[in-house]
Design a protein around this ligand. Structure first.
Ligand SMILES: *Cc1c(COP(=O)(O)O)cnc(C)c1O
Length: 379
């Protein structure tokens, strides 16, 4: 038997009801039936993003909307600040580079918290910076960034927008777009949306839309202005990913029914259970001071290769988590608890990690992590 368990930071598990909805016969997108569904989806997305603005939808992975956030707001030669504390920070820098945007990198040690004062300093030194690019959760390290504090600083600069990659964060951890004055929030379907990969999202503040009006970088498919115009008619500029939008029409009401507050509380509890379990096993957290509740990065114990943990979990136990990338490769493994994940998923992951560590020769008192997780989860 090969029953599969998916606890990676994307893609994530999808509820059967959503899968079923996506298996329905394809309807034509230029039709009143589709437009009605998209109208409901628009409202559901505003609830999820906690914004009054429209949320644009694209048929791409999360990176597509990230690229669009750059190309729709900036012009060649513009300056930007990129907070880079992991693989996804690097992605912002690479997109900027590809389009001739001068990115000033604010390096953050992997796994360490961010001092918002650094952004204040950088903007004070050069107020001509047009945008600050950051993650909300840096998935590669499991670090939570102080978005509210950074956005507060950026909001004092009328010529600078705050652009947040919340792909692995939105729908798992608090991020009220309007209240926190975020100018662009980017998301992707395969993380906490309870959907397969294939959709990306971007919501823009009034301030960001003013930047769009002046931007001259080349763009075609990811043309935010064109997409907004279509969305206002419950349409899209090009053929949408109809099945995924149908899935979205199923998952968004589920999100609203559970309620954002309850969703964030669930993720917080699952994350805490995971952390407590790992600590109980004598392991260390990779981001001990600023951890996200979407994904937990764990330092592999001395003498144990983090990549091996991931491989054995997958090959022997059919359970998929993620390893470390680049400088964290072999050093860490990452357990995600985002989206359609509940308490027994976490307990199962902890049990599988215990068995795997034991197989790799690390002295584990079997059940110790599971017990710690259960204690958190049964409260
Ligand atoms: C998953 C992820 C992305 C998007 O990656 P894609 O492979 O393009 O979907 C972007 N940022 C973060 C923080 C992510 O976790």
């Amino acid at each position: 038997m090969g029953k599969q368990y998916l606890l990676a930071p994307g893609p994530t598990p999808v509820p059967p009801e959503v899968l079923q909805r996506m298996a329905e016969p394809i309807i034509h997108h230029r039709s009143p039936g589709y437009e009605k569904i998209l109208g409901e989806v628009r409202e559901g997305l505003k609830y999820l993003f906690q914004t009054k603005k429209e949320v644009l939808i694209f048929a791409s992975s999360g990176t597509g909307a990230m690229e669009g956030a750059v190309t729709n707001t900036l012009s060649a030669g513009d300056k930007a600040i990129v907070i880079e504390g992991g693989k996804f920070g690097e992605r912002w820098a690479n997109i900027c580079k590809a389009y001739g945007v001068q990115a000033q990198i604010l390096p953050v040690e992997w796994g360490q918290p961010i001092d918002p004062g650094l952004i204040a300093q950088a903007l004070k030194a050069d107020p001509s910076v047009k945008a600050v690019f950051t993650q909300a959760t840096e998935t590669s390290t499991g670090v939570l960034y102080p978005i509210k504090e950074i956005a507060e600083i950026v909001s004092r600069y009328p010529g600078t927008i705050m652009v947040v990659d919340a792909v692995s964060h939105l729908g798992a951890v608090e991020l009220p777009m309007d209240e926190w004055k975020l100018d662009i929030v980017v998301a992707g379907s395969q993380k906490a949306f309870m959907l397969p990969p294939g959709l990306s999202f971007a919501a823009l503040s009034d301030k960001a839309w003013e930047f769009v009006a002046k931007s001259t970088l080349p763009k075609f498919y990811f043309d935010f202005k064109k997409e907004l115009k279509n969305l206002m008619q419950n349409q899209s500029a090009y053929t949408p990913a109809v099945s995924l939008v149908m899935g979205l029409a199923e998952s968004l009401p589920r999100i609203r029914k559970e309620g954002l507050e309850n969703i964030f509380a669930r993720h917080a509890r699952l994350a805490r259970a995971t952390r407590e379990a790992m600590l109980a096993l004598g392991l260390k957290l990779y981001a001990p001071q600023a951890y996200s509740d979407a994904v937990t990065a764990v330092v592999a114990p001395p003498g144990v290769d983090g990549q091996k943990v991931v491989k054995i979990l997958r090959d022997r136990h059919n359970l998929t988590i993620a390893g470390g990338q680049d400088q964290a490769k072999g050093k860490i493994f990452r357990i995600a608890h985002m989206g359609y994940v509940d308490k027994f998923d976490v307990i199962m992951a902890v049990a599988a990690v215990e068995m795997t560590l034991k197989e790799l020769g690390y002295a584990v008192e079997t059940g110790k992590g599971v017990r710690a997780a259960m204690e958190v989860l049964s409260k």
